[in-house]
Design a protein around this ligand. Structure first.
Ligand SMILES: [Zn+2]
Length: 66
């Protein structure tokens, strides 16, 4: 069996985007492993949550980032 590396997802402190990277690919902000809950935005132009959170792209976003 091959070994699988499981990356712990992180969330951007600035825009809440969820990513594996240490630096957010969307805004360049710092990411954190301390986050809770997430939403998946499939159409940010129609999503009320996206509008409230000020999101300009589709993707996964954390609800709370510490
Ligand atoms: Zn970001």
């Amino acid at each position: 069996m091959s070994r699988t590396v499981v990356k712990i997802p992180k969330a951007c402190k600035k825009c809440f985007h969820i990513t594996d990277e240490d630096v957010c690919p969307l805004c360049g902000g710092q990411t954190s492993k301390e986050w809770q809950g997430y939403v998946v935005i499939v159409d940010h132009t129609r999503s009320e949550i996206a509008r409230k959170m000020g999101l300009n792209a589709n993707g996964k976003y954390a609800l709370r980032v510490r």
